[in-house]
Design a protein around this ligand. Structure first.
Ligand code: SAH
Ligand code: SF4
Ligand code: F3S
Length: 447
């Protein structure tokens, strides 16, 4: 024990900053495991850390700006000193590679989503010769082979089931940053889930850019996503199962059936429609129509009447007319989506949409976004209000930040619910009756 502590003292500390999607959160947790195994201690802030790791997102220009502004601020404030090893990973790493080091000579190591597991060896190499290193290419799914078992403890655990995306929607940079879609073998996923259960997890959240096109190698050949869901349920011990993101195009009937049959699947699905206009969907290369989407919603509500359906929207795609946008508003009225995300289209270099003529002024795009968000908010509030008086199964995540005497928990439909109860409940499922709603906070009473 003493030896271990003194080794850690010698190595110093590391700080990890994460932007972007949950897959980056998963990667950052694995990176933290690897650096801890090297003897570094995780630091809550960047100041004084010997190693600073940025796990970045490139999905919109704004996401990129945030990262570069953060580095500039740290340089300005002296957080990054001569001895700091500055490592940039995630999607900007693979998008820009060498260009990053030309752009900012203070960066020491650049890696990508597929080379996160190599960080310890890259750090050791850098320490030896002090030359900047770029390593963003890796074969297949070796990242998952080499990552250590997660020691992360918490009631909910992310498990990435696939890497990359091959859909190549015309606006999206992800296929170029995370590479072609590849699924992890089913047994590896089940083994990883068992580790999380041993560590006390009650909820498993499966991650992938397109989970419903999962095709994992298994003993019986190729496993489809629905089979994976049944196998996870059969493990026993998982009390709640979530998955993100589902592409409407691959949401086959066997997955809908599984949602109807597997009780532990949470009462919420995130199925991004992006636009309600068939013309725009075609330009986006989304390969479904508004009608296809509405049929899917009907099927889902047939097997689970009150399932929360949430979505992502892009407004102001090149050439989007008032009429196209009207169809997006109309589909929102038809589906009555639950809590969703919406963005103004952001031009991503190297994607097909970046070459399309885009005459819609930014002001018009912003107006459309506000209109859409107001409508989405209306329906999300409607769904929240419906929860008043109901009994909800919640997973207790911790102490409420606003009021230390209350617990913070999450309902099956993803809503946060606070209630008074013993801290012994943290990490457990509980039944709570929803009694009030004030300023977006649902408050309940333990049953
Ligand atoms: N694989 C998921 C989405 C991953 S990216 C899917 O297909 O549903 C998350 C969201 O970012 C997308 O759903 C989309 O709404 C948004 N997005 C992606 N590229 C964008 C761009 N160039 N401009 C604006 N929003 C974008
Ligand atoms: Fe991007 Fe489309 Fe793949 Fe989603 S499905 S990650 S939007 S290319
Ligand atoms: Fe961003 Fe890469 Fe995820 S671009 S949204 S971090 S896949």
């Amino acid at each position: 024990m003493l030896l271990n502590t003194s080794l850690k003292m010698q190595q110093g500390s590391f700080y990890i900053a994460v932007w972007g999607c949950q897959m980056n959160v998963y990667d950052a947790d694995r990176i933290a495991d690897l650096l801890s195994a090297m003897g570094y201690v995780r630091s809550e802030g960047p100041k004084g850390a010997q190693i600073i790791v940025l796990v970045t997102c490139a999905v919109r220009a704004k996401a990129e700006d945030k990262v570069f502004n953060q580095i500039a601020a740290w340089q300005h404030d002296g957080v990054i000193n001569d001895n700091t090893i500055l490592c940039l990973g995630g999607c900007i790493g693979s998008e820009l590679g060498q260009k990053l080091i030309e752009f900012n000579s203070r960066l020491n190591i650049v890696f990508g989503p597929r080379t996160a597991h190599k960080l310890p060896s890259l750090i050791n190499a850098y320490k030896e010769n002090h030359r900047a290193i770029i390593d963003t290419e890796a074969d297949s799914l070796e990242k998952f082979d080499r990552l250590p078992e997660s020691g992360r403890r918490g009631p909910s655990a992310f498990v990435t089931i696939m890497e990359g995306c091959s859909n190549k929607c015309s606006y999206c940079i992800v296929p170029y940053t995370r590479g072609e879609e590849e699924s992890r073998p089913m047994q590896d996923i089940l083994d990883e889930i068992l580790i999380h259960l041993e560590n006390g997890a009650k909820e498993i959240h499966l991650l992938g850019q397109n989970v419903n096109s999962y095709r994992g190698p298994s003993a019986s050949g190729e496993t489809h996503f629905s089979t994976l869901l049944y196998e996870i349920a059969a493990l026993g011990g998982v009390e709640r199962l979530r998955f993100t993101t589902s592409n409407p195009m691959d949401f086959s009937d066997d997955i809908v059936k599984a949602i109807g049959e597997i009780e532990i699947i949470a009462n919420a699905v995130h199925v991004p429609i992006q636009s309600g206009s068939n013309r725009i969907l075609q330009l986006m290369r989304r390969r479904y129509t508004q009608d296809d989407y509405l049929r899917l919603v009907d099927k889902l509500r047939n097997v689970r009447e009150d399932i929360a359906i949430s979505s992502d929207f892009i407004v102001g795609f090149p050439g989007e007319s008032d009429e196209d946008f009207k169809q997006t508003l109309e589909v929102v009225d038809k589906v009555k989506f639950d809590q969703s995300f919406s963005f103004v289209y952001s031009k991503r270099p190297g994607t097909p949409a970046a070459l399309m003529e885009d005459k819609v002024p930014l002001e018009v795009k912003k107006e459309r976004l506000y209109k859409l968000q107001a409508k989405l908010e209306e329906y999300a509030t409607l769904h929240t209000n419906k929860m008043l008086g109901t009994t909800q199964q919640v997973l207790v995540e911790g102490i409420s930040r606003k009021d230390q005497s209350e617990l913070k928990s999450r309902a099956s439909n993803n809503r946060i619910v606070v209630f008074k109860g013993s801290p012994n409940l943290i990490g457990q499922m509980a039944e709570v009756k929803i009694e009030s709603l004030s300023a977006h906070t649902l408050r309940g009473k333990l049953i």
